[in-house]
Design a protein around this ligand. Sequence first.
Ligand code: SF4
Length: 688
Amino acid sequence: AKMREDRIEKTKTVCTYCGVGCSFEVWTKDREILKIEPVEEAPANGISSCIKGKFGWGHINSEARLIRPLVRDGEYFKEVEWEEAISLITEKFKEIKEKHGPDSLAFIASSKATNEESYLIQKLARQVIGTNNIDNCSRYCQSPATMGLQRTVGYGGDAGSMEDLENAELVIIVGSNTAEAHPVLASKIKRAHKLFGQKLIVADLRKHEMAERADLYIHPNPGTDLVWLSAVTKYIIDQGWHDKEFLSGKVNGYADYLESLQPFTLGMAEEITGISKEVLIQTAEAIRDSDRTCICWAMGVTQHQIGSDTSTAISNLLLVTGNYGRPGTGAYPLRGHNNVQGASDFGSMPDTLPGYQKVTDDKVIAKFEKAWGVNLPREKGMDNHEMVQGIHDGKLKALYVTGEDMGVVDSNINYVTSAFKKLDFFIVQDLFLTNTAQYADVVLPASPSLEKEGTFTNTERRIQRLYPALSPLGESKPDWEIYSEIARRMGFDWSYTSPADIMAEAASLVPMFAGVSYERLEGFKSLQWPVSEDGKDTPLLYTEEFHTDDGKAKLYPLEFAHHYRTTEEHNFHINNGRILEHFHEGNMTYHTEGIRKKVPNSWIAVSEEAAEKYGMEEGSTIRMENPSGETVARVHVSPEVFGNEMYLPLNDNGKSAINYLTNNDTDKDTNTPAYKEIPAKVEVLEKK
Ligand code: SF4
């Protein structure tokens, strides 16, 4: 809508940072962003927002933005016209495909880009190139949660909405720094807890804000959540507190599951997790006393070698206690990036086409082959982790990375960047010349959220539209236009005139998006998938049945097969995660002056006990080292961490980057890196 002097405009947008999916009106005058105004009708946040959504827009007009395509010229880059960059890309794609086959190329989608863009990059990989080598950053974070849910209840998404979290009698948060990583969602829980008597249990290594507020705080030893969750479940069953009617009517696999639980006694759990029997019993009693329980979790659960199994243990506990399918119940993996849910939903995955339709399912493949007019690959492609291995092994020759700074955020970055050097052809598409882009042969300038149209899907499976508030800076382009141009030059004229056309195609091919259309999403309207053809959406899943072949959920037997520990030599545990002010590696938030001034660089939280014992004073510099590499950071002595456990925020892409210390270990079921299993030795370099 045009306003005063015909120059101030208000445009609806959706936050580009976390998975809460706050929507706002952004006020602009020419290219100037005047303010972000949250409005009542915003479905996820109403009038709330956090520092990042409200102020973190300095990246939009940053002088560091890429505004023209770059092509490598020896050690440097030269600016070129789009025509030249696209010609080079299509020539190289054809040449490499011809010489080494389609599976020698691979694609990484961006979880910051729109649903339509996720749909198109996987279409580019599958239809145009002929490979399933496509993945997105959920591989770094949320794939284990999706696996745990698919195994037990069917859909890889939150069981309900944030409203259910507000209406629960008991909320349990496991391994999530909710107040900083999902601030607006956390504020809803804080309100329900403070004003409406909601009970809160928090399990985390750090006594962060939510843990401090909790009625019960649980501190497990690193990597042992599966054990306490299973022991609490067993204790509930042993006491006869399980929901027998729910189990007999709606759930399969009880007998086998019960057998698998037998080792998880309170004694065994106490020994392994360090949580006392009393606290385990109090947890079980709180679940017994609650009629409606939700469990939220995040990277503290998923980024382990048993991340999928621990996510499964959460879902098992909810099934045993009948906490699915009713308002105020269910499983809530808290999605990190604004569109990490959508990037997977729309098919940027090596094993599933859009809508989690399997690449190995003949019927699915036949449908897409008919729509796209080509034969499609039927074997699972490489995931992100396998791609890096594949480059080292010489199988992968070309990589096209969009909106991911893999050279900072992947685990074991020394290993990852040494892979980049081996590529025959490397394309990076981003807003900035990131660490990763420095290794590229071609760098393409993309447009951020405020400069494009499309949809994002938040952690509640809520699809929301964003409208362009500004035109693309310089010669940058929205990703969907770039993919379309590459496809056209490769002989596939997709002829989309706008992202609405892309969504219409996705809706026609994906049952769970059958009724999704831009008209139904106009303005602040939203839809939570699955959406039936008549436009009815599903805020709460599983009210009638589970998303499985026979409509029943499945209890999934588990064992505790991997026990992470620090060693005598590497005797510190380096935990890591987000902070409120910066998002992820900080590539976007550091461009906002106010945020940069407030938190200019990184630090490491050290316990009072360790500070005393090892002489790590506030402000001193320490070096952490292990076989992967080393990193240095400034000490912040904090009562939030205990013993030899430390906490290093992610917001550093320089010498304090956490991923110099992570290694190649991954979750055994999804290949998500075990970012949260880092032992290191520590040396004080410099006292303050
Ligand atoms: Fe953006 Fe998340 Fe903050 Fe909302 S809570 S404003 S979505 S970063």
